[in-house]
Every structure is written in C-alpha cells, then in structure tokens.
Design a protein around this ligand. Structure first.
Ligand code: HEM
Length: 508
C-alpha cells in the first residue's frame, strides 16, 4: 500500500474508533440517582450520619436502584430484596468482591480477614473451613455452652441490673471466645476481650469510607506522607495481637495435650490439607478465619435492641412472658430445646431485628467487572450496598412499618422473615447466622423468663418516655439508654442463682 493511501486510511480509522468509543460512552445509561454536578457528580449528597434513612427516602424518588458517583468512585444502592437476590445470587462472579480500602488493605493488612477479603482462593478456603464450624449440627453442639453463658448473664443482671449493657457485651464476648478458642473469660477486662473489642473498633474505622484521607487520596499512603504512622502501627499491633494471642494459646494447649474442644483446635488438629500448599499456609488460613469471627460481637446490637423494645412495649413483653410461663412453665429456665415452641418470643426477636436492623447497609460489595442490569450500566469497581433498612420497611400492609408489632410475623400473610435479609445473601452470606440466631434466642428468652424490663420513672413514679437513638456506624447499636431490670418473682431469683452456680467452670 502506498504511503499516500495510509495517510488517508489511518486518520479515518482514528476518527471511526473515536466515534465508536464516544457513541458507546454516551449510550451508557446509568441507574437513576440524585441530581449531579459536572465533574464532581452527586457523591457529595452522601449523608454523613445514618445514611440508610436518606437512602430509603431516595427509594421513593428514584426507585429500587439508586446510583451515586464522584471522581473515580461509584456507589449503587439496592433497595429491594428481589434485586439483591437477582444480582448477588444470580451473578456471583460480578458481585462477590468486597470494596478495597487503602488503609485497611495496604497498611493494616486487614484484607486477609474473611469479611474484607476479595472473592479469591484464600477466601474460598476460609469459607470452606467456616462451614465445618458454623453449620446447624456444629452449632447444636455449642447449645450447653450458650445456655451456661445465658445463665451467667441472668446472674449478673440479678446482681447489678444497671450495668446491663456491660453484662450483655461480656456474654457475647464469652460466646465467641469460648466457641472459637475455648478461652475462659471471668470479667470484661480480660486481655482477649479487650483486644477483640479494640480490633473491631479498628476494623470499623478502617472500613468507614473517608475516615482516612489516604483512602480518598492513595498517594498519602507513601511512607513520607505517613504523619499518621504511629496510629497505623498501633492499630496494626492491636489487630495482630487479637489474632495471634488466642491462636497461640490454643496451639500451646494442643502441644501440652490440655486443649479443650474448640473451633480452632478442631481445625488445627484435623488438617484438611488437600488444597493447601503447606502447613504454614493452612495455619495462616485458620488464624485469619478464627480472627474473622470477632464479627460476632454485633450479636450484642440485637440483644440490646430487644431489651429496649421490651422496655418500650410492656404489653408485648407481657405476652412473650406469658407464652414462656405456659410452654416452659415457671419451674425452670428456658433452654435452646424450647426454640420452636415459643412462636411469640421468636416473633418478638424478629420484630426487634426488623424494627432496627443491626447492620442497616449490610457489608458493601464491589463489582469485579462492568455489568448491565435492565439496560442500566454498572461500571466495574462500583461499591454496592443492599439497603437492608429499606427492605425491612417493605410489606407493612395492615401493620405499619414504624410500629413495634411482633404479631405481624404470626399473621396468615406475614412479611418477609428478617432472618432472610439481615445476614446478607449469596456466596458471602453471614456464616455465623445460625450461631447468632441461637445466641440471641437463649439470651432473650432467659431474660424474659426471669425479669421485667421497664423504663425508668420520674420523681412522680411516671415512666420516662423514650426517644431511642441508634449509632451510625457499620453496626447500629441503641445508644445509651436506661431501663429497670427487676426479677419477676422470688422463685425466679432462686432459679437464676442456682442455674448460674451450676455453670461449667471452663467458661469463667
Ligand atoms: C446478629 C448478628 C449478626 C448479624 C446481623 C450479621 C450480619 C452479617 C452481614 C450482613 C454480613 C455480610 C453478608 C453479605 O455480604 O451478604 C456478615 C458477614 C459475616 N459475618 Fe455476620 N452477622 C452476625 C453474626 C455473626 C456471627 C455470630 C459470626 C461468627 C461467629 C459472623 C461472622 C461473619 C463473617 C466471618 C462474615 C464475612 C463473610 C464473607 O465475607 O464471606 N457474623 N454478617
């Protein structure tokens, strides 16, 4: 071909390519969202606090799919449960990664924790091991342990009811440290409890978009710009200690022949080595998996919300107590064997979880490649949040969504069971859902059986009305609230004391 031909063809080809790209780009229809400005988009409309409330208002305006974008960042909100299933369950190859955070991932190395890990080979191995430990059969083996911890919770509430928040936190820490490592916990200043709680604070902060400037401007992670180096080093040490110390405790006990049954022991002793390169890789996987289970601390959000709901709804509380007195009787405390025979108590817990979902935006996902859904373009790297808050408000019908009405779940046409959305969905559904459900049940049923929970009273003896507030982070806890927790009868007091005295010593 002559040079003169090329000089005509090449520019023409260039123009054709440019036109093609341009047309493709301009043809893309992004999902609807709040008004945006050129260059900066609409991400500045992201509310700083309780974003799920604004997101749920946007659902009314823009529909079930809402899109926000800014320079280099895009966020997609999924406002109904069918849509979440459509994307997370039917397109797992695109919607199963987690968002990448510069500080959490590159600096704190938290991205080896299962909840923050990409959808990679290491995640699959952790997930496989977690199934061994968290299946229904496995959780049933922990029932005596959960009942013992509930008994200790009852005794602490009897002795010092005002410190209820402290007691429920301790009970949940005991569950996780006992199940995972069989570490006894006498008081909440136990080194492992403190480390677990500190580690959760580090994780919550590091996964809060915008908490660190380095997440918005990755250049700042370079060492010369690390004015926050000390903070990062301290946080990294907390996370490492929270993983290593309990893990080493179990390894030492195994070596000495004194290890009691625990999840870590089970996995370390029965190595499932087919998919692992070597023993070191296997142990590392077990360590990061067991450390991931600190996420269980969110169980306390549900227990506290249920307590608040009892205080705010005395008639519903009385109905749940009546059910326990009739089905279980007044001569003993409830056990996990009673789960299934106490529909109103279960409806009460479901309603508390629906009324104030503990993880209102679930844990975000990130698209691993471009996708198109019903004509809308969803770019690779989009952070996707299922709006669990909005989902929990769906299907009110004759039971208004704002009201606390456990009866809605006993109706012949009940709304969606909150257990079907509270724990997420698809490949990354919460692996601890059964342990969580059973722990919450035994704590709540034990409290309902033995105690009356009521609001504080003013100087004239009138109940003080609540204006409940919930925290705004990844996990939404009821914020400082007060209530009176009193034994229902002297007989119940004796039962609580005797049951606690019979608790196995390995828990404390
Ligand atoms: C009421 C208590 C709990 C709630 C509301 C809850 C909720 C959630 C949610 C919404 C997710 C994200 C799921 C998704 O991306 O679709 C999740 C993930 C996870 N949860 Fe839970 N959870 C609870 C208790 C527990 C417990 C007891 C454990 C462990 C013993 C646990 C361990 C985990 C782990 C390891 C993940 C990450 C899974 C992954 O990324 O593959 N959670 N949880």
């Amino acid at each position: 071909m002559a040079n003169s031909d090329l000089s005509i063809i090449l520019p023409l080809l260039g123009v054709a390519c440019w036109l093609m790209l341009r047309t493709k780009r301009f043809n893309r229809i992004y999902p609807p969202g709040p008004p945006s400005w050129p260059l900066i988009g609409n991400l500045f409309r992201l509310p700083a606090k309780h974003p799920w409330l604004r997101f749920t208002e946007w659902k009314e305006t823009y529909g079930r799919l809402v899109y926000l974008h800014g320079p280099g960042v895009s966020i997609l909100l999924l406002n109904d449960v069918e849509l979440v299933a459509e994307l997370f369950e039917k397109r797992p190859g695109i919607y199963s990664d987690r968002p990448r955070f510069t500080v959490a991932g590159d600096l704190l190395e938290l991205d080896k924790l299962m909840p923050l890990r990409m959808h990679d080979h290491g995640w699959k191995l952790q997930r496989k091991l977690s199934r061994t430990a968290m299946s229904l059969d496995a959780v049933k083996k922990y029932h005596p342990l959960l009942e013992d911890i509930a008994a200790l919770l009852g005794e602490s509430l009897r002795e010092d009811p005002d410190a209820f928040e402290h007691h429920t936190r301790l009970a949940v820490s005991r569950v996780i440290l006992a199940v995972t490592y069989r570490i006894p916990v006498a008081t909440s200043d136990n080194e492992h409890v403190v480390l677990a709680e500190e580690a959760m604070k580090v994780i919550s902060k590091a996964t809060n978009p915008g908490a660190y400037l380095a997440d918005l401007f990755p250049i700042l992670k370079q060492p010369h710009a690390l004015w926050f180096r000390n903070e990062i080093q301290r946080d990294k040490r907390i996370v490492q200690d929270s993983l290593n110390k309990p893990f080493d405790h179990v390894k030492k006990a195994i070596a000495e022949g004194s290890a009691l049954p625990s999840l870590a022991k089970k996995l370390l002793v029965h190595e499932d080595d087919k998919e692992f390169v070597d023993r070191h890789e296997y142990e590392d996987t077990v360590k990061w998996l067991t450390g991931s289970l600190y996420l269980a601390l969110q169980v306390n959000a549900v227990v506290l919300t249920t307590l608040l709901a009892m205080a705010m709804n005395p008639d519903k509380q009385a109905r749940a107590q009546e059910e326990i007195d009739t089905v279980v009787g007044t001569h003993r405390v409830p056990t996990l064997g009673d789960k299934g025979s106490l529909p109103y108590v279960e409806a009460f817990i479901k309603e508390a979880t629906r009324w104030q979902p503990p993880v209102p935006l679930s844990l975000g996902r990130q698209t691993s490649r471009d996708d198109v859904w019903e004509g809308y373009f969803i770019p690779a790297g989009t952070i996707v949040f299922p709006n669990i808050w909005a989902i929990s408000r769906d299907g009110g019908g004759k039971y208004p969504a704002k009201e606390f009405l456990p009866e809605r779940f006993l109706d012949s046409d009940p709304p969606l069971d909150p257990n079907s959305y509270t724990f997420g969905s698809g490949r990354r559904i919460c692996p601890g859902n059964i342990l969580a459900e059973h722990s919450v049940f035994i704590f709540v049923a034990s409290i309902l059986a033995a105690f009356d929970v009521s609001p504080e009273t003013d100087d004239n003896g009138n109940p003080i009305a609540y204006n409940p507030q919930f925290s705004s982070g990844l996990i939404s806890f009821p914020e400082d609230f007060k209530c009176k927790i009193q034994l229902r009868s002297a007989e119940r007091g004796v039962q609580v004391r005797d049951r606690a005295a019979a608790v196995a010593s390995y828990i404390t």
